[in-house]
Ligand binder design. Structure first.
Ligand code: HEM
Length: 362
């Protein structure tokens, strides 16, 4: 598609698909012409649609205010401080590994949920419910969304009553202030749910995609075990090569020309991040896994004002977790006999299960 139809209209679904790196960057970042807000409907009053006016589906100037508020509470420095706890949680999960490990079920799924629960200050006794709801929320089931909305509304009210001086993110968000403005309880609720929707399955897939790539490249895996400094750039290369988020939607606000094709006003547009990250105009030998690739200006976390808020957390979590996995199990690799089933989605990229061998002789 990049070579023959870089901007292609799909009449069956009524969407314009954008494939080239530069065009994808434009669609993701030019919020005046490609809106994140239109087409998402209104609905913060409706708990089934708590995300309708969260930061991911608003445009500036409203987006700028919301983002500034949440950035006060969710800073890279605070994320960095989570490192020891992420490492502890990682080792707890690895302690539970036995012979028949499904890397998705036993590691890549639980870790991001527990980390977010920890950040939000969810009491340990509520973790199991929390996992159930977050699964329901991610798979778009309304019952889970409603139960979770009720739970978070109570949690927010409790933190408000407690005086908001807690270390958890909900208390920090209640304290956050920009130009005298605070988040309302409804906005806070939408943000908590967004963290789960945007942060869990994506991180799960990053971890699993990394194990898949390294199973195909045992030489790199062995090098990482002896040279852990190579982890950060390896994680970036996995993000590029097998991007957990393959596509994002926008709606055009006016008629726009991209790569010689006119997209009319009010049209659905899909920015194909997965294609942009393999664009041979930008990346040399784009289909080759090159853990030392530099520069590596992939768009896996988006571009511009909506650039992933959780990128520092995802990067930190993946680096700590994967390093620990291979320190404990240097020969870990995907089972060659396993039939891979991919998640049915044009947005997220990853497998549903990944059975692994833990040692050479397995
Ligand atoms: C936004 C990818 C992890 C929270 C985004 C966007 C992408 C993305 C592509 C841009 C959306 C757009 O332009 O419309 C990823 C990937 C992740 C990841 C690949 C993991 C590998 C996380 C985590 C969190 C998070 C761990 C939170 C804990 C968010 C939020 C936004 C966002 C809140 C919206 C930002 C805004 O609209 O200003 N993410 N994400 N993400 N992400 Fe992530």
């Amino acid at each position: 598609m990049r070579a023959s139809s870089p901007v292609a209209y799909d009449s069956r679904h009524g969407v314009h698909n954008v494939f080239l790196y530069e065009d994808v960057k434009t669609v993701l970042s030019d919020f005046a012409r490609f809106s994140s807000q239109r087409g998402r409907g209104q609905g913060s009053q409706n708990p089934d649609n708590a995300l309708a006016d969260s930061i991911i589906s608003t445009d500036p100037p409203r987006h700028r205010q919301l983002r500034a508020l949440v950035e006060r509470a969710f800073t890279p420095r605070q994320v960095e401080a989570l490192a020891p706890r992420i490492s502890e949680l990682t080792h707890e999960l690895l302690d539970g590994f036995s012979r028949d490990v499904d890397f998705v079920r036993d590691f890549a799924e639980p870790l991001p949920v527990i980390v977010i629960a920890e950040i939000l200050g969810i009491p340990v006794r509520d973790r199991r419910d929390f996992k159930r709801w977050s699964d329901a929320v991610v798979s778009g089931r309304h019952d889970g969304m409603r139960e979770m909305a009720t739970y978070f509304s109570k949690l927010i009210a409790r933190r408000r009553d407690e005086g908001q001086d807690g270390e958890d993110l909900v208390s920090a968000l209640l304290r956050a202030e920009v130009d005298g403005a605070h988040l309302t309880s409804n906005e806070l609720l939408g943000f908590c749910i967004l963290l789960l929707v945007a942060g869990n399955e994506t991180t799960t897939n990053l971890l699993t995609n990394a194990v898949q790539v390294l199973s195909d490249h045992p030489g790199v895996r062995d090098e990482l075990v002896s040279n852990p400094d190579l982890w950060p750039s390896t994680v970036e290369e996995v993000l590029r090569l097998r991007s957990p988020v393959q596509s994002m939607f926008r709606v055009s606000t006016e008629s726009v020309e991209l790569s010689g094709v006119t997209i009319p006003a009010n049209a659905w547009v899909i920015a194909w991040i997965g294609s942009a990250n393999h664009d041979e105009r930008v990346f040399e030998m784009p289909d080759v896994f090159e853990p030392r690739r530099s520069p590596n200006r992939h768009l896996a976390f988006g571009h511009g004002v909506h650039f992933c808020l959780g990128a520092p957390l995802a990067r930190l979590e993946a680096t700590i977790a994967l390093r620990a996995v291979y320190e404990r199990f240097p020969h870990l690799r995907a089972r060659e006999d396993a039939e891979l089933k991919y998640i049915d989605s044009t947005i997220v990229h990853g497998v549903k299960e990944l059975p692994v061998h833990l040692s050479v002789e397995a």
